[in-house]
Design a protein around this ligand. Structure first.
Ligand code: ADP
Length: 270
């Protein structure tokens, strides 16, 4: 990849030498290309549920004499519109996270509360899949962050761990300190991720297995959102995985060593 430049000014001095001022527009070109890609992807992703709703609405109209069929189509419409709503919400979340929105509202947060809230948000999906979530580690560790964003990040990781695991397996949500960093990890015993997909799963709309992602209601945006939240907090997110054995996602955030919070941490299971 070369450097893109644009001539801003041309100067001629008295002895006839020409100087040209060049602006490096590599970065702005890249940002522009990313934005174009995003809009193209969003349009493509929106077409699927919108198209499905259209077909279902026609089916309802055509089947109006058959109440059983009408109910079946209506229930699929409910499902598709919920999917559409989630997609739109995640697109909004993501564009807020990567746009010029102010930095997150940073407050010292005990990880125990964050993890408990994230487990709460995913409790129903976990129950439906008979998956148990074990929370282990030192919940007294604190991070500086925006509560809503950090809960969303952990909940997205939990949601994936559940979606890409067989029924009855276990998910371990751990928190520990590593130097000046707090590591929050989500480990599952699921299908794992192939080597070739590993570094791409954080890209917007990238899915290792599109059919499976759609079947579980995935939007392909969950991990892109997690990555932006991590970066906004001065942290990072990485993945380790072995196909067929499981995956572990680790969210690293700067440790906050302020006044001790007043709460007790308990091992919670969903
Ligand atoms: P999706 O909505 O499709 O789950 P994500 O951005 O959350 O989108 O994840 C991107 C892709 O990464 C998924 O489609 C899936 O292929 C893969 N993936 C994410 N988490 C896991 C996991 N815990 N186990 C296996 N594959 C995963």
């Amino acid at each position: 990849e070369g450097v893109a430049v644009r001539a801003r000014a041309r100067l001629l001095d008295s002895s006839g030498h020409v100087a040209v001022i060049l602006d490096d527009i590599t970065e702005s070109r890249r940002v522009e290309a990313v934005r174009r890609d995003f809009v193209a992807n969003v349009s493509h992703e929106l077409k699927t549920p919108v198209g499905a709703l259209h077909v279902l609405a026609e089916a309802v109209a055509a089947a109006s004499e058959d109440p059983v069929a009408v109910r079946r189509f209506a229930s699929r419409m409910t499902h598709e519109s919920a999917r559409l709503a989630r997609l739109v919400q995640e697109i909004i979340d993501l564009s807020r996270l990567q746009g010029a929105e102010p930095l997150p509202d940073l407050r010292p947060l005990p990880t125990a509360a964050l993890l408990a809230e994230a487990v709460d948000r995913t409790r129903l999906v976990a129950q439906a899949q008979a998956i148990s979530i074990a929370v282990i580690g030192d919940g007294e560790l604190q991070v500086l962050g925006d509560e809503n964003q950090l809960v969303t990040a952990v909940a997205n990781l939990l949601d994936n761990a559940i979606s890409y695991s067989p029924r009855g397996t276990r998910v371990v949500l751990g928190v520990r300190r590593s130097g000046t960093t707090v590591e929050i990890s989500v480990a599952d015993e699921g299908i794992g991720i192939a080597e070739k997909d590993l570094e791409r799963v954080f890209e917007r709309f990238y899915r290792a297995d599109p059919a499976r992602s759609r079947a579980t209601g995935g939007t392909g945006l969950g991990l892109a959102i997690v990555k932006h939240i991590a970066t906004n907090h001065g942290g990072s997110v990485t993945v380790w995985s072995a196909e067929g054995a499981g995956s572990t996602f680790t969210l690293r955030l700067p440790l906050f060593t302020g006044p001790a919070p007043s709460f007790t941490f308990e091992d919670r299971r969903a």
